[in-house]
Design a protein around this ligand. Structure first.
Ligand SMILES: [Mn+2]
Length: 239
């Protein structure tokens, strides 16, 4: 499993912050709005929760901006889908195909480098795209859950659906605090040891950042609704 460990942000007289941002899905203007709203500077450590691409208006623009800013991101299920198709020489359709055709070699290289988990040991946070199974050590977590988990059924088995059990994060026992995305239908989740940041920007909701220290949540509104929830099978919505 690929894991990245990020050191502390650069020392700076004014601030030393970590900014974690939820699912952007190609919403470039909103990402810029959010960075402005939190007053992001090069001194901040910038981490994204994956699914930077697909559904929204400018996936490639988002990839270029986060690269330019030196941000890190975990792999989301939509990046994974693009990468798998490319490796297997499979033909994509619809929005995924459009995005795949817009990417250049640098974009692909950056996608290839996205880890499944980012550890921020200095602030006791781990970032994953979707979810973790309580009681399973971090290094033993399954890739499919990291990319797609949303719920735990009463018997503890995992589900990618939002209407199929409790949010996994409500049962996460810590001690690491987990910051994740992927669950736009549930929206902002604030559990004792887990914070869900997918607030459905691409569906006309808001784009949300967690700023540490201080656990400050900052959101900016979508410029418009860019996609319908549940219009892709990966969404796991209430079909
Ligand atoms: Mn996702």
């Amino acid at each position: 499993m690929t894991v990245a460990v990020l050191g502390e942000p650069r020392q700076n007289r004014r601030m030393k912050r970590t900014i974690v941002i939820g699912d952007v899905h190609g919403c470039l203007d909103e990402l810029r709005d959010l960075l402005r709203e939190v007053g992001a500077t090069p001194a901040d450590r910038l981490v994204l929760a994956g699914d930077l691409v697909v559904k929204g208006p400018d996936s490639r623009g988002v990839l270029r901006l986060v690269r330019k800013l030196g941000a890190a991101s975990v792999l989301g299920n939509h990046e994974d889908k693009l990468l798998r198709a490319r490796r297997q020489g499979k033909t994509l359709s619809g929005a995924h195909r459009e995005v795949a055709e817009s990417l250049d070699d640098d974009d692909w290289r950056w996608l290839e480098s996205m880890p499944l988990r980012i550890d921020l040991p200095d602030i006791g946070i781990v970032v994953v795209h979707a979810g973790l199974i309580p009681g399973v050590p971090l290094d033993r977590q399954r890739r499919e859950n990291l990319l797609s988990l949303r719920s735990l059924r009463a018997d503890g088995t995992p589900s990618r659906r939002v209407d199929d059990g409790e949010p996994w994060a409500s049962r996460w026992p810590g001690p690491q605090k987990v910051v994740f995305g992927h669950d736009a239908l549930r929206g902002l989740q604030r559990h004792r040891f887990a914070t869900g940041l997918d607030t459905g920007c691409v569906y006309g909701g808001v784009l949300t950042a967690l700023v540490e220290p201080g656990s400050l949540l900052v959101s900016v509104p979508a410029r418009r609704q860019w996609a319908q929830p549940g219009d892709l099978e990966e969404d796991g919505g209430r079909q």
